[in-house]
Design a protein around this ligand. Sequence first.
Ligand code: ADP
Ligand code: XUL
Length: 545
Amino acid sequence: MADRQLFHQHDTTNTSPLYLGLDLSTQQLKLVVIDDDLRVLHEEAVNFDRDLPHYGTEGGVKLNGYQATAPTIMWVEALDLLLGKMKDSGFPSHRVAGISGCAQQHGTVYWKQGAEHVLAHLNPESLLHEQLRGIFSVESSPIWQDSSTSAECEELEVAMGGAQKLADITGSSAYERFSGSQLRKIAKARPEAFAQTERISLVSSFAASMLIGKYAPIDTADGSGMNLLDIHQKDWDDRLLNLCGADLRRKLGAVVKTDAVIGFIASYFVERYGFRKDCMVVAWSGDNPDSLASLNLRVGDSVVSMGTSDTLLLTLEKATPSTEGHVLCHPTRHDAYMAMIVYKNGSLTRERIRDTYAWSSWEKFNSLVENADVGCGDRFGFFFYVPEITPKAQGVFRFEHGQQVEEFSRPEINARAVLESQFLSMRLHARRVGYHDSASKRIIVTGGASQNDAIVRVLADVFGAVVMRSSLGGGSATLGAAYRARYGVKHASGWFGTFEQSLNAPGAPQLVTVAEGSLESYEKYSILLEEYERLERDVCRAGQF
Ligand code: ADP
Ligand code: XUL
């Protein structure tokens, strides 16, 4: 995809604007460059395990029982590494008019007293991680894979009058990975570190803070993943703030709309990497909101993103939160909301089945999937290798004709069962966040695993859906960020169209049909879904954590 012209350092004649989208995801920091016609010109990435092995992460994470963290300073080092790669290839950073980004949701970053002063005086002669080392009052950021805050979640729900009451305000009942319970845990367990904290950022606003050389505000879409924001008022809820730590309104700062321009790029990046001084930075958001922003969707479309986590996303005209799934402020429409269901056992779980039963090859995994029958002959598998979010359960459970068994007799059953189970769960739980279950609807797939045709065919069959993929490939959250960067700059420069109108350009993504499920398969899976729902209830009892 790289445009050779783009890296001709001496081509000073071309001054047409470029926009950057970044994504600080679980496993990597990614970047995409687009032009004013929305054409993708270049993609780049830094992989945390491979490119920064001295931090010792696995899949970008450090796991310790139910705790999941990432070294905050690793993310800092990744930013210079990525921009350094771009500079070395001759990237014309002077043409970049706007940058935005997104990040894994819910994770938190704790800046020590005095940190903003350091951010405002970064020296371009030395690297960010050399200057920001020691600046974080909590050095390991809790991330979305953490499930160590069940006690705090219960306390929050009780204090607010129940799970539904909390969901009515914040869009979600209490979830372990959400920032509110994480803050409450740190405030209680590490009161000194909490007291020394000047500012708390989400991973998204933390990365944006480095780019603008001052604390960046949290945006309303990613802010909806904290159990602290009133999604109707689009402001913090003071009762929840008080429950989760002292002085939180000050420590979290104001929230902004996701399309806000939050500042110009800091001089560090101008001097070290050649960005122009008037390069605007648009608020960063969560990776799921930006996945939604990257697609030219029609009313009624759903998005299934299959990255490290699996998620199902929908646009909602009205917020009707329940105790399942999440309702977030919409990233590109001020009058709408976004529904989301999240699974921790996504790609890494599929990989584990592939490695155990298919010689670590997707090709072999796919032929196993295609050699098993629809419904696996009345067999179901629940593969919650890590504590699952939807539903809340852990462990591996296999059932044959309603009876629990240790192992299936044929490897192909495991390969198909993991996919059927993941997609039946999506179909079951999607109904509870506003998905109208019927055949022939459109599902747009994104994320690494969306490139796999066998996986996509099972999804189409389970939902009886027309499954479509963007013509621009799988990494759509990064692209959503780039589109928002372009829109934010245009809007700030006096263009008054909507975000959706801004996507009306020659390079906009085309949706291509990749699989069509039939009414017949939809009906078959409707019957299987009843059995699945019953077994899921048993699994939740047996796999409590
Ligand atoms: P992130 O959530 O980190 O942004 P990506 O969307 O880049 O993740 O997806 C990464 C995942 O995609 C990997 O963990 C890998 O298992 C999965 N993946 C990549 N290619 C395939 C494939 N051909 N089939 C199934 N899964 C794949
Ligand atoms: C969303 C969630 C995950 C992360 C992954 O609630 O926990 O999808 O955003 O990056």
